[in-house]
Design a protein around this ligand. Structure first.
Ligand SMILES: [Zn+2]
Length: 352
């Protein structure tokens, strides 16, 4: 397969450029790709005055960089992110992403942090199959999981998420994009924009890929207020999104008590493989969730104790962080996350 590539530069900084892949231009031969390249590129650029495009070209799939995917179960492929915080990553590609290939179509679980990462996923998928990408499931609003979504949307995917996700993402989109631009060089974020969900799941729903079904479940507030899990029924692979962190310090951005209740509720059921939002996939649910549960319980206990002592938040946060110091060696990016967690926990638990 040939892909249409446009070298896109910032209108305000014409030397800052990156290759943008436009899925609408996919074609079986170079010639058929080139015959429509200019029209498709012009249409795409027309809505984006902040960008300028040069010379559309058509490139064989084999000559483009693909995200490294590992097949963990039949038809289930995973990109494993580097389990550190964005600030400690060269490109923000820290989240785990998934691809489930059915008989008729493909579902993608999370889209990555940027258009560049979404494109690398798209190239990897197209290296495996030319089946339609029918669905992109977004597990929650956080930028490392959602900002590559536009690539899959342009490829025809319906974007599915928790019903509360669209509003939550829209509200934070400006900040997420600014952070991306602050943290990484332009080649990593050029042409990155938010794509909002087409469908919101209120409780449970499922996706049909022909010979296999993916069950979706929208949960009450936990890691965020818009967490959604996806279970590939055929292989028992459970994509938890950031409801499960391994290796990377868990981030509380929803409800600490809600998250602890979720963990107690045996949410993995009969799942045979757990793919966390960050860190190593594992077949063992206890291994997947216990370290995180221990950390979150300790966070709640330390916070409640400081609140009970009547210490105001600004003074309590560093004390809570110190109370949790024993966890630091087991969790990446601990220092930059624990104060934020303590703040979130204090604000939530002081009203108990
Ligand atoms: Zn998250």
């Amino acid at each position: 397969m040939f892909h249409l590539i446009v070298n896109v530069c910032l209108s305000v900084a014409p030397l800052e450029c990156a290759p943008v892949l436009l899925p609408a231009g996919d074609a079986a031969t170079q010639q058929s790709c080139m015959s429509q390249a200019r029209r498709i590129a012009d249409d795409w650029l027309q809505d984006r005055p902040q960008l300028r495009g040069e010379g559309p070209r058509c490139v064989d799939n084999a000559d483009l960089a693909a995200a490294p995917l590992t097949e963990l179960a039949p038809g289930v492929h995973v990109f494993q992110g580097d389990p550190v915080q964005m600030e400690q990553s060269p490109d923000g590609r820290i989240a785990n992403l998934g691809v489930i290939e059915g008989r008729d179509s493909v579902a993608v679980i999370d889209a990555g942090v940027s258009r560049a990462q979404g494109q690398a996923m798209y190239v990897a998928i197209r290296r495996m199959t030319d089946k339609p990408i029918s669905h992109l499931v977004l597990t929650h609003m956080h930028p490392d999981h959602v900002l590559g979504a536009q690539v899959m949307a342009e490829a025809g995917a319906t974007i599915v998420a928790h019903h509360a996700m669209a509003n939550a993402l829209q509200y934070r989109a400006g900040t997420y994009l600014e952070n991306l631009q602050r943290l990484f060089p332009p080649a990593e974020w050029i042409a990155t924009a938010v794509a909002l969900p087409d469908l919101g799941v209120t409780d449970a729903d499922s996706i049909d890929l022909g010979d296999r079904r993916v069950d979706l479940r929208a949960w009450p507030s936990a890691h965020t207020d818009n967490d959604l899990t996806a279970l590939d029924v055929a292989t028992g692979t459970f994509f938890t999104g950031d409801l499960v962190f391994r290796d990377l310090t868990p981030v509380v951005d929803g409800s600490l008590s809600g998250w602890l209740s979720w963990l107690q509720g045996e949410p993995a059921g009969q799942a045979r493989l757990i793919v966390p939002g960050h860190g190593e996939p594992t077949a063992d649910w206890a291994l997947a969730h216990r370290p995180q549960q221990d950390f979150l319980k300790a966070l709640a206990e330390a916070t409640r104790a400081r609140i009970a002592e009547g210490i105001p938040m600004s003074e309590a946060v560093p004390l809570i962080a110190k109370d949790l110091e024993t966890f630091a060696p087991s969790w990446n990016s601990f220092d930059m996350t624990v104060a934020r967690d303590a703040t979130a926990a204090y604000k939530e638990l002081e009203w108990e």
